[in-house]
Ligand binder design. Sequence first.
Ligand code: C2E
Ligand code: MG
Ligand code: MG
Ligand code: MG
Length: 285
Amino acid sequence: RAKEEGRNGYRFYTEEMGIQVRERMTIDNSLHRALERNEFELYYQPKFDLSSLRVVGMEALIRWNHPQLGRVSPLDFIPMAEERGFISEIGKWVLEEACRFTARLMAAQGQELKVSVNLSARQVQEGLLIRHVVEALERSALTPGSLELELTETAMIANLAASADVFTELKSLGVSLAVDDFGTGYSGLAYLGQLPFDVLKLDRSFINQKEKNGLGNRKIIRAFIRMAQSLNLSVVAEGVETSEILSFLREVGCNEAQGYLFSRPLPADEFETFIATHEARLLVL
Ligand code: C2E
Ligand code: MG
Ligand code: MG
Ligand code: MG
């Protein structure tokens, strides 16, 4: 329940506080050993081109298989990893794992794919990011064009001045940059024209809003898509759960989409099977 309500790192506990505090302490105590114990895992959620409905890439989403707590959501440990100063190390592992997996999968399937990796604001500020990206690309021999980095709108706005150079440098490596969870924060498109971003990801909170006045919502989605595209940004809708919203997004020219309608995030081996068989499934979508 608490997980369901987690947004942008803020959580509203409905459970007994004592349990939460104990869980938090367990997480805190074991987080620094999780990397060396190999407890992290990447899941992959496929991303679809909306004109062809073909898979064009995937988002890498971290999972922590905790020996006592079971699977821990990134919403629960990423903020703590940031506080504790572990986020760069974890982020480095995510980059390497995602690049290695993608390079191998592209070779095995003979297909172009772009992998999206989430960054936390702290990673951008801590100064090791560029080196970690370069190393991950070199070690995996993945083409830079097959790597996309996602940063939330809120994280970006928070340190715009300090991060502008990092974004420019990342772009010069040939990777692409995406604004994640767009529409939940400041929602100003003007600054996007000044930054070297390529992709805008519309937040799922207003993609799958189930409200009476769904039409107003659709007008906003349409307006965001138009403005983003006029700034030469490609638009990705996240959290697509129904075929109604999918039809609408295709109608208004949204470029790409991901969501439970297509697939949940999958463990690496299941994702590979998904990729290998998706052409056949196109017929039933
Ligand atoms: P995000 O980057 O916005 O990722 C999308 C989230 O929406 C994922 O949650 C995904 O499982 C979920 N999702 C996808 N499709 C649907 C749908 O149709 N309906 C609904 N209700 N949800 C959907 P997840 O995997 O729990 O990740 C939560 C957040 O944790 C991510 O949000 C991202 O901000 C952060 N995160 C995940 N992996 C990493 C990582 O490797 N590094 C960092 N720094 N943050 C990460
Ligand atoms: Mg993301
Ligand atoms: Mg998102
Ligand atoms: Mg999110």
